[in-house]
Design a protein around this ligand. Structure first.
Ligand SMILES: [Fe+2]
Ligand SMILES: [Fe+2]
Length: 490
């Protein structure tokens, strides 16, 4: 008892500004040390110096944290990792290690590990070796086996604990709110920028940069909520939400393709501004519902190079606008085989950023209802077409990574389940081998009654027997059922 009093006292002190920054640094080092030890154990025999050295560092660091904090509890909550009560920030130095640790713990049903003073190198060797083993068992079974193993091998200073459910929802609520703020702010600023270019005024580049920074930070911390919001696809605000969606998708995809944070920022800025040239095209042409005349089409098809001109002017007026943004504005409709527009005079190869923007731009445009496109295509068939129709001129590696990001059934898809329920795909399953089993919201029951609020279900979850209670049979058209997909994401 006395121990827990002193723990909370120290914890209270640890939360104050400088203290929590210090703990965050410690936490980062600790997860990096865990990751290094796991890798060494996987690659070398136990007596190898690399294994000994990394385990030595890990135990040493653990004792130091225990010395100053009195407790060491490494806990997962949703996509976040906490050391005691301080959330560890994801950045480039720890991205791989935190991501690996989260996946490993989730697969093993571990919510947190508690470490007590006196944990030895041998304890860590036994524990990490078992944690890293591949297994067909469910996370629940694995956690049980792991606890048993710790007892059997007489390890008392490392403890594994199951995840706390309530905490998860609390933090994911918080994450959703943060994502919503970032999204709304981004749409508002984009609207301001595009409208001021239209009126010949100078928009604030600094504001745009701040928006892109917000999106990059949010994606690096927790991408699911922000990607979910792209499903809103506001009909009236198409131009602005489209730019923001393209930016979100591009950054998330760039991250999957291994770009650095600075590269992600550059890519995000280029993506946000890819259609800025459209603000130099009369609105009447953009919103026309009837077929366009040749001349009107030519004006719209000029938006790539009009975009370059607009960006050049911004560059002259204010801070630096990267040349990459100009390249992307110019190339995003060009197609990799150069069969699109504008037609380049000399053979050229589209830049990586343009390839990424071309893929996500095509996807967002095809899945949105617009003036001249009354029925949007279902997201899954758009992805299929992007993959199977070479005439679209998309980079196939980028398309594959995009399908991996969104899942086979992207967020916002209406699906029919074998339980005869209707559901909307809410998030891709974080487990990469579960692409066809996303997280969904059940919008109607087997009898066709609409459910409010729509309960969430993880399609990867099984009965104790190992059978899946729900499996997707096919996708369906939300309009046919009078469902507005966006309603389920706000
Ligand atoms: Fe465009
Ligand atoms: Fe576009």
């Amino acid at each position: 008892m006395a121990e827990s009093v002193s723990r909370s006292e120290v914890r209270g002190g640890g939360l104050s500004g400088a203290g929590s920054a210090h703990l965050r640094r410690r936490g980062r080092d600790y997860v990096i040390a865990l990751y290094a030890a796991l890798r060494a154990i996987r690659l070398y025999p136990a007596e190898h110096t690399a294994v000994q050295k990394t385990l030595g560092e890990l135990t040493q660091l653990g004792e130091e944290i225990l010395e100053s904090e009195r407790e060491l509890d490494l806990r997962i909550s949703g996509e976040f990792l906490f050391l005691n009560s301080t959330r560890l920030r994801l950045d480039l130095t720890n991205y791989a290690s935190i991501g690996y640790w989260l996946r490993l713990c989730k697969a093993s049903g571990v919510g947190s590990i508690r470490v007590y003073s006196g944990a030895m190198m041998r304890d860590w060797l036994v524990f990490l070796s078992m944690l890293d083993e591949t297994s067909e068992d469910s996370p629940y079974e694995r956690l049980g086996a792991l606890s048993d193993h710790l007892v059997r091998t007489n390890i008392r200073n490392i403890e594994v604990v199951a995840p706390i459910e309530e905490d998860d929802s609390e933090f994911s609520e918080e994450a959703k709110k943060a994502a919503m703020r970032t999204y709304n702010q981004s749409v508002a600023v984009t609207k301001e920028v595009i409208n001021s270019v239209r009126m010949g005024r100078t928009p604030s580049i600094r504001k745009i940069k701040r928006v892109v920074q917000g999106i990059v930070d949010q994606i690096l911390n927790e991408e699911t909520s922000l990607i979910g919001l792209t499903a809103i696809r506001d009909y009236d605000e198409y131009t602005f939400t489209h730019s923001v969606n393209v930016c979100i998708f591009a950054v998330a995809l760039g991250r999957r393709l291994g770009l650095t944070k600075i590269q992600l920022f550059d890519l995000g800025l280029s993506a946000l501004m890819h259609d800025v040239g459209k603000s130099r095209v009369p609105l009447g042409f953009l919103h026309k519902t009837e077929e366009l005349s040749e001349e009107e089409w030519q004006r719209i098809a000029a938006h790539p190079w009009l975009g370059v001109l607009a960006l050049f002017q911004l560059r002259g007026q204010q801070e630096d606008v990267s040349y990459r943004a100009m390249t992307v504005a110019y190339e995003h409709h060009m197609r990799v085989d150069l069969s699109g527009y504008p037609k380049p005079l000399r053979p050229r190869s589209m830049s990586m950023a343009s390839r990424i923007v071309a893929v996500v731009d095509g996807y967002d445009a095809a899945t949105t209802r617009r003036v001249y496109q009354t029925t949007p295509y279902p997201p899954s068939s758009v992805l299929q077409e992007m993959r199977d129709n070479p005439k679209r001129g998309l980079d196939q590696i980028v398309v594959k990574a995009f399908i991996n990001l969104l899942g086979i059934y992207p967020v916002g898809t209406l699906v029919v389940l074998d339980s005869f329920e209707l559901a909307i795909v809410y998030a891709a399953n974080p487990r990469h081998n579960m692409l066809s089993r996303p997280i969904v919201k059940i919008v109607s029951d087997a009898q066709g009654n609409m459910l409010h609020p729509a309960p969430e279900a993880d399609l990867a979850q099984t009965h104790a027997s190992g059978d899946y209670p729900r499996t997707i049979i096919k996708t369906a058209d939300p309009e046919r059922y009078g469902i507005n997909v966006g309603d389920y994401f706000v």
